[in-house]
Design a protein around this ligand. Sequence first.
Ligand code: BEZ
Ligand code: FE
Length: 290
Amino acid sequence: MANSAKEAEQALTEQVVASFAQTPDARLRTLMQGLVRHLHAFVREAEPTEAEWMAAIRFLTATGQKCDDLVRQEFILLSDTLGVSMLVDAINHRLATGATDTTVFGPFYIEGMPERGYGENMAFTPGTPALVQGRVLDTEGCPIPNAVLDVWQTADNGMYSGQDTAQPHGNLRGRYRTDAEGRYAITTIVPVSYPIPTDGPVGRMLAATGRHPWRPAHLHFMITAPQHRTLVTHLFDERDPYLASDAVFGVKPALMVAYRERAAGDEPARRFGFDGAYREARYDFVLDRG
Ligand code: BEZ
Ligand code: FE
């Protein structure tokens, strides 16, 4: 390319950057000018044809059109599958304080789910019965009583209640509280691996690039306690085949649990009402001071 053409392209970038110079909010100014520089650098490197540019516009348009007010947020799914959600998570939790690792929130949380008692069952569809229990602690190792654990997971068909309208209200969702010693207990089913939604532009992007849509089996947690930083995380089944290739890059080594076999009729089985054999996972969460 002739030098003068290159100079004109560079001048265009500088002109657009300069157009934001009077932005009153300094942070917005930095973000807009940085975005323009990086976006222009990408376009300069990729040299898209006009047809490719139009295809990108159509893809982003379809991504917005796939969103609804209830359960579908295709832009978050796009951010997740491009690893941007986990990069934002990493940047915002850089300090190693001893608190439990965070991971993606995901699009399937529903507010206001039923409050459940200590060890109460939240599974109203079939699966392998499981007891998940442990403590919520602060970074000094002191138990946090009355912390709220908002928990959600898919049914055995790989779908969340809300997403799958055939499931009973509040299935595999609930809000549990820690007792005076910071203990929590949840009766549920062992989670399964499941594919993220593929019936939209993100699914087409995964198919076109030869990527699979699967997430390793996990249980979601959002844990809140006064004077502590809210923790959004998952517990992953340590034996899941998709741990190394999570479609949204959310796996962290410190978030693994084993679902160990427990015999029918043992003390926890009697206490929590398991009829036969069941699995048990144990995990202690650590919250940062807020
Ligand atoms: C989830 O785990 O619920 C999830 C996270 C990111 C994208 C899709 C689903
Ligand atoms: Fe999930």
